[in-house]
Design a protein around this ligand. Structure first.
Ligand SMILES: C[S@@+](CC[C@H](N)C(=O)[O-])C[C@H]1O[C@@H](n2cnc3c(N)ncnc32)[C@H](O)[C@@H]1O
Length: 261
């Protein structure tokens, strides 16, 4: 198995370096199982991210890290999805074998937009990725970075409940205003940055518990306990067709900085 050498992925709590590859591979399959069983649960998350990308028909859209390629089906008609996922255990949408995250597999100025959802909180040092993204997005193109904000209930849930009960532990390296400075240093001009609340949608609380249990690979809690904790810590709202689990991401839209003359 090829180890992601230059990805500088954040180490999860309790992960001994010797065991790192194994731990890194553990989460992909159950995550993909959750996404396959409830394929529309995160619809609002994908649509909110795509809405900030200014996509037009014909656009080449990079998705990194892509997981199982769940974003692809939500792209506007006429756009081409280009996914890159370093971890093969995510399955069908992944590259098919374990590869390094960097360098990104696209030419200089080779894509119109790049979208990155819920991945960079696993990177302690995001600069190499931000710089690479600035290389592959064409002048005038767009990056949308969507990940957990450091001051959110979501970050507390992930580093609390999920950390205590999942297979690998969870300590994220979350986004904040410092991320905007890092993006600027990486060659990006910030167009917008906002914390965006939305729902993950389910028919009922049982489905919500099952989804979270699988997605986060929870081992020492039950789906029912997880659903109760989600309701207490994040909030669950009734929806016309079921229930909505409150979730939130910090969404940053940026365009490559013009070179100084
Ligand atoms: C939550 S997935 C996001 C995938 C996809 N963008 C999505 O929205 O479903 C997290 C990504 O971070 C990467 N990653 C790095 N370390 C990880 C870890 N310890 N556990 C899970 N994912 C990890 C994986 O390559 C994976 O694609």
């Amino acid at each position: 198995m090829a180890k992601p050498k230059n990805t500088q992925l954040a180490m999860d709590a309790g992960a001994a370096p010797a065991n790192y590859e194994e731990l890194f591979q553990l989460r992909g399959a159950p995550y993909d199982g959750a996404m396959t069983r409830f394929p529309e649960a995160r619809r609002e998350e994908f649509l909110n991210t795509i809405a900030r990308a200014g996509l037009v028909p014909g656009a080449l859209v990079a998705d990194v890290p892509a997981g199982g390629g769940y974003l692809a089906k939500y792209l506007p008609q006429g756009c081409t999805w280009l996914g890159h996922e370093p971890c093969a255990s995510f399955g069908h949408g992944a590259t098919g074998q374990d590869v390094d995250l960097l360098p990104l597999p696209w030419a200089d100025a080779g894509v119109d937009a790049a979208l990155s959802i819920a991945g960079v909180h696993h990177l302690d040092d995001k600069m190499p990725l931000f710089t690479e993204l600035a290389r592959v997005v064409r002048p005038g193109g767009r990056l949308v970075l969507a990940d957990v904000h450091e001051a959110s209930a979501v970050s507390r849930f992930l580093d609390g409940w999920v950390d205590r009960h999942n297979s690998t532990g969870h300590v994220g390296s979350y986004l904040g205003d410092h991320t905007l400075d890092e993006l600027r240093r990486g060659g990006w001009e910030i167009l917008s940055a906002e914390r965006v609340p939305f729902h993950w949608r389910f028919a009922n609380l049982d489905d919500l518990g099952e989804f979270a249990h699988r997605l986060f690979d929870l081992r020492t809690s039950t789906p029912e306990e997880t659903a109760r904790t989600v309701a207490a810590e994040l909030g669950v709202d009734p929806q016309p067709d079921g229930v909505g689990m409150r979730w939130e991401l910090f969404m940053v839209a940026a365009t490559p900085m013009e070179p100084r003359r």
